[in-house]
Ligand binder design. Structure first.
Ligand code: PMP
Length: 357
């Protein structure tokens, strides 16, 4: 069967060129006589891979030298706990809840200290991102947590919240590498890699050096201590070796495509194809405020579940997979990360036109 256009929210499509390169090196990597999956993470050849992966990430994202890069496991969800365990120095943090994952991060943080809900758009079904003026931030909080792109509700920030001297912590799981980001605006960034970077199993953390400390409460597992992970260059234990290798290939691909500025232009173009159609459609609509629309996850729906189900079924049969919306919100969602070519988006829109009749 031919490869489909895969609109999965995560794990998600990887660039075809990356898959082909990985396939060509699957059994024997270079002259090593081994697969990357089989080699010691302490070997010279593997060390070269992880070092290059970090160097590529620094180059592509423009990560300043005073930030540490960590390749961890446990998914973005473990970061919901690691962030408060490591960064709650005085036990106070502010959370902006704009969707399911920032809600989970907020609930998890409450286990560790005094957590303030600085803003939420829950009463508006998370259909927009709050403005700076709406944020009730505390100047003495240890950090402010946001989710930069909401995978389920299809919203994104178009500004960096001004948190003064309080470090801004952001979940970039579903938008990392999709556009240039000013890393210096953040104290810490984390992302599950399975959408725009690599296969599942890898979580990337980028943290300002001065925020990392070893003197954490005794209950904090060693594996959850950023300072120890960073000091050991993500090699305290066995890292997710193969996912890091694929991440390196993805970063090389991003660079060869023109880097994050080119990715942003490509992603804006793709998203516009969908939103332009949705804005004039009589059958389908997008529930998100125009100023908060995600470039990565485009949500839409027709008025009945029966029509939505039929659309998902028919698109799937026509080679457009995983257009079903998240189970908590229903409808449809096209996740159009970097690896989705514009042809995939055009095919969905052509199908919508025909479906609408
Ligand atoms: N944050 C966001 C924005 C996500 O989209 C997801 C996963 N879909 C998560 C966190 C949770 O990630 P993981 O499954 O890696 O724990």
């Amino acid at each position: 069967m031919a490869r489909v256009f895969n609109f999965s929210p995560g794990p998600s499509a990887l660039p075809q060129a990356v898959l082909e390169k990985a396939a060509s090196e699957l059994v024997e990597y270079g002259a090593s006589g081994q697969s990357v999956m089989e080699m010691s993470h302490r070997s010279k050849v593997y060390d070269n891979i992880i070092v290059q992966c970090e160097a590529m990430l620094r180059e592509v994202m423009g990560i300043p030298d005073h930030y540490k890069v960590m390749f961890l496991q446990g998914g973005a969800s473990l970061q919901f706990a690691m962030v408060p365990m490591n960064l709650m120095k005085t036990g106070k943090a502010d959370y902006i809840v704009t969707g399911q994952f920032s809600g989970k991060a907020y609930d998890e943080a409450k286990k560790y200290g005094d957590v303030n809900l600085a803003a939420t758009t829950k009463p508006e079904t998370f259909s927009r991102i709050p403005s700076q003026e709406e944020l009730q931030l505390r100047p003495d909080a240890d950090y402010v947590h946001i989710c930069f792109n909401n995978t389920i509700f299809g919203t994104k920030y178009f500004y960096y919240p001004d948190t003064g001297d309080v470090p801004l912590v952001a979940d970039l799981s579903s938008c990392i590498l999709s556009e240039p980001i000013d890393v210096s605006k953040f104290g810490l960034i984390y992302a599950g890699a399975q959408k725009n970077m690599a296969p599942a199993g890898l979580t990337v953390v980028i943290a300002r050096e001065d925020l990392l400390r070893k003197d954490l409460p005794a209950y904090v597992p060693t594996m959850c201590n950023y300072a120890i992970m960073a000091e050991n260059s993500s090699m305290y234990n066995t890292p997710p070796c193969y996912a890091i290798y694929v991440c390196k290939l993805v970063l090389e691909w991003v660079k060869s495509m023109g880097g994050l500025t080119a990715m942003q232009a490509h992603n804006q173009k793709k998203a516009a194809v969908l939103y332009d159609y949705l804005d004039q459609s009589k059958l389908f609509s997008n529930p998100v405020s125009k100023e908060s629309r995600s470039m990565m996850n485009v949500t839409f729906r027709a008025e009945s579940d029966e029509i939505n189900d039929r659309f998902v079924k028919e698109t799937s049969a026509a080679g457009m997979a995983n257009l079903k919306g998240h189970r908590s919100v229903g409808g449809m969602r096209a996740s159009i990360y970097n690896a989705m070519p514009i042809e995939g988006v055009e095919k969905v829109v052509a199908f919508m036109k025909q479906f609408e009749g």
